[in-house]
Write a protein that binds this ligand. Structure first.
Ligand SMILES: [Zn+2]
Length: 492
């Protein structure tokens, strides 16, 4: 399939971009007291007009790059600043998205050009609006600080929308069009004409599903799939990641292949921009892949609050674990799971110069294949070895439960070190992580899979992984845990 998972986590990306915290020099005290941000949505012109009232400052800087997308600052237009008396002050623009005034200004007004101009695969990652709907992420709409100080904590945002449009968000709602943003990095707003929202519950977690498009499946179908996936993930982790989550599903704002999708999980919001396949079965199958993967991110990394670039774990390992979940749910067959590992191996077999940890620091400059594909293969090898070494008592799921359930604070700790520690602890040895994660290695897939009754065939254009016809009992038991069914996959 030509689909490509593009899922990127804001915190990690911010670190990658060198922006540590999103703050602005507006007074948080004032922000907490007043409705200080007004966002007027202008679908006909593909823009939003924003007015910010805050503390007096004389420089404003907007995020210019995010998740490998560059040039976002150029979208800021018609920037004007006003002093306390309401008089416009002179503003210069030293670079796109950078503004300075001679005198401090308490109020600024500007427009953000949100015409869809980027690659379709980027659409879940940034703000956009068209004539029917849009996704607004304050991270790329509001100025970030060039000086430490107060932040955008608990500031109020008011939306001015066209008739028949409404807004949905996981942020605290004050009125139908007014919200309190608790964290600019994590906030996402869906806007559109006649937005529909519906809810489902899994344990203490309520998922709010938001769309305004017609799909080959019903909203109830999407909710049912969401609930199944959340339940399966809850079994893996042993808990839910919070009380609420939001799932925004929109079509692309420009013509793309119907098989394409772009997804991101930011805070507790999953945004999925997806092509519209005409067949219900095909459309639900398409939906299941990003939903399974992205919902996993509600737990890892978003509920962990670890720091550093440990993308190798929360992307590649997530692809593997989410694929295993889809097998359990009957949405993917065991041979398809093996195929996905073989494809990941082919995509990353030449990635031998960087360790997974090193590649995570260069995710958007050449390390992507390692972070997603090679790490997926490593996750599979880890799971096979752990299940075998523990005589089927432990699996990768134990690692996730341990990470989420240690009771020890993980906030601010280095992700790679914490995760490597738990992976080694569960295995009872540091050897696997030292070799496959800390070192740059070439994976000998034939040798690695052979002990588990799996045959890697590298002779063709594409590698293939199949199950040996001469499995011993232990191998058969292990593969059955992963979904192997002798009746359909081992013809005799
Ligand atoms: Zn992801």
């Amino acid at each position: 399939m030509s689909t490509k998972p593009i899922c990127r986590l804001s915190r990690a990306l911010l670190f990658a971009a060198g922006v540590l915290i999103v703050v602005c020099s507006f007074s948080s005290k004032a922000a907490a007291q007043t409705a200080n941000i007004i966002v007027r949505v202008l679908p006909d012109s593909g823009r939003v007009a924003i007015e910010v009232n805050g503390g007096a400052v004389s420089s404003w800087s907007f995020v210019d790059s995010y998740a490998g997308i560059v040039g976002l600052g150029r979208r800021i237009e018609r920037f004007a600043a006003f002093d306390e008396g309401g008089a416009e002050v002179s503003v210069t623009q030293p670079a796109p998205g950078q503004f300075r005034s001679d005198k401090p200004a308490k109020r600024v007004r500007y427009e953000v050009n949100l015409h869809p101009v980027s690659r379709a695969s980027d659409f879940s990652l940034m703000s956009w609006v068209d004539r029917e709907r849009g996704v607004l992420t304050p991270l790329d709409l509001l100025p970030v600080a060039t000086e430490p100080g107060a932040g955008w904590k608990n500031c109020r945002v008011v939306f001015q929308l066209p008739a028949s449009w409404n807004v949905q968000s996981g942020e605290a709602r004050v009125s139908p069009t007014e919200f309190v943003i608790s964290d600019v990095e994590r906030a996402v707003f869906a806007v559109g004409a006649n937005l529909r929202s519906s809810q489902t519950n899994v344990a203490a977690l309520t998922l709010n599903f938001v769309t305004n498009s017609d799909w080959a499946f019903s909203d109830a179908d999407a909710l049912e799939l969401s609930q199944q996936v959340l339940k399966a993930h809850r079994e893996t982790f042993g808990s839910v990641p919070g009380k609420t989550a939001t799932f925004i599903l929109f079509p692309f704002p420009l013509a793309v292949s119907a098989t394409q999708w772009s997804a991101e999980t930011r805070g507790t919001t999953v945004t999925l921009i997806m092509g519209r396949l005409p067949s219900k079965v095909a459309a639900l199958a398409q939906l299941s892949t990003p939903v399974t993967h992205e919902f996993f991110h509600l737990w890892v990394p978003n509920a962990l609050a670890l720091k550093g670039n440990y993308d190798w774990f929360y992307e590649g390992f997530t692809i593997y674990q989410a694929a295993q979940t889809t097998v359990k749910l009957g949405l993917l067959s065991f041979p398809q799971l093996l195929d996905s590992i073989a494809r990941a191996y082919d995509a990353s077999k030449n990635e031998t110069s960087l360790s997974l940890i090193e590649a995570s620091g260069r995710r958007f400059t050449g390390g992507g294949n390692s972070v997603y594909a090679k790490s997926q293969v490593v996750a599979f090898l880890y799971d096979l070895r752990l299940r075998s070494a523990s005589h089927h008592k432990r699996s990768l799921a134990n690692v996730y439960r341990r990470l989420l359930g240690t009771g020890e604070p993980t906030v601010g700790k280095d992700g790679s070190e914490i995760v490597a520690g738990v992976l080694s602890e569960q295995m009872g040895s540091e050897d696997f992580i030292s070799f496959f994660v800390r070192k740059s290695v070439s994976i000998n897939l034939v040798n690695e899979l052979a002990p588990f009754g799996l045959i890697a065939d590298m002779s063709g254009f594409r590698s293939r992984i199949s199950v040996s016809e001469k499995l011993n009992k232990q191998q058969r038991d292990l593969l059955r845990e992963l979904g192997y069914n002798t009746g359909t996959h081992a013809p005799r």
